[in-house]
Ligand binder design. Structure first.
Ligand code: ADP
Ligand code: MG
Length: 242
């Protein structure tokens, strides 16, 4: 228990530090990108154009890292807390990826149980689901099925569950040990910050995250979040809030 606490405090510090860092880098990076784009436009030689494209690619990579680092650092309780309808949040997020899915011949299947609202920072919770959805889709470059299911569990301390399951590459034991470590990625354009962010936010929500995966047979992420505020949040007021 104590170790867990120390770990989460450390993670928070790392988060804050990286966000400060990322914030400082973002603006100069935008300027640099603007100028390189300009130079590329007026470049004449094919070789120069190729080199500028290379630089632009690297800048985009830096931008992804900066974005992910910024995501890490939103404070636990930003005061920006609302009743969240998890099902409609998921629908919104899946909509963002629907075109990419169609292009990749990936079928998205949803099965939603009725859920009470959860109180919390909507953007943070979005980050959890976005990262898991993105990873699932990225694991199926040749197409497949992404299943997103929600269910409510009333026994004991009530909690709800979001399962995000893909039929993609899956992960080995060795990979599973490493996920969530900062910068651990197997993708050429990955940042290896997605799951670290997911783990941290789920912890902030006092939830749990389980992974079930094997090479060749896909991956299932299982997010469980306590819904102890359900009684207060089921009022008609907050139900209409979304
Ligand atoms: P990134 O997506 O930038 O690589 P993440 O932290 O989101 O970083 O994921 C880390 C690594 O975990 C990925 O590079 C991949 O190897 C593995 N991984 C995560 N989700 C999945 C998944 N659904 N299927 C297979 N591998 C996954
Ligand atoms: Mg990712």
């Amino acid at each position: 228990m104590e170790n867990e606490l120390v770990r989460s405090e450390k993670l928070k510090m790392v988060g804050q530090l990286s966000a400060g860092f990322a914030h400082e880098i973002r603006n100069p990076l935008t300027t640099i990108k603007g100028f390189v784009q300009l130079f590329r436009q007026s470049a004449k030689k094919e070789k120069d154009i190729q080199h500028y494209d290379l630089v632009l690619n690297e800048i985009d990579r830096m931008n992804s890292i900066v974005e992910d680092l910024l995501g890490l650092a939103r404070p636990t309780s930003s005061g920006d807390e609302h009743g969240i309808q998890v099902n409609s949040l998921l629908e919104e997020l899946l909509e963002l990826y629907s075109q990419q899915a169609v292009k990749n011949k990936t079928f998205i299947y949803t099965n939603f149980d009725e859920l009470p609202e959860i109180i919390g920072d909507r953007k943070k919770l979005s980050q959890v689901f976005v990262n898991l959805i993105k990873n699932g889709l990225e694991a199926m470059p040749e197409g497949g099925v992404l299943r997103v299911e929600t269910s409510m569990h009333w026994t004991g301390e009530p909690y709800f569950e979001v399962k995000i399951k893909d039929t993609g590459s899956g992960m080995s034991e060795e990979q599973l040990q490493k996920i969530g470590n900062p910068f651990y990625t197997t993708k050429s354009n990955g940042t290896g910050l997605g799951l670290m962010t997911v783990f941290q936010i789920v912890e902030d929500f006092k939830g749990t995250l389980e992974v079930d995966s094997a090479p060749g047979s896909g991956t299932e992420f299982n997010v469980r979040l306590p819904a102890q505020l359900a009684g207060e949040t089921m009022s008609s007021d907050s139900q209409n809030a979304n």
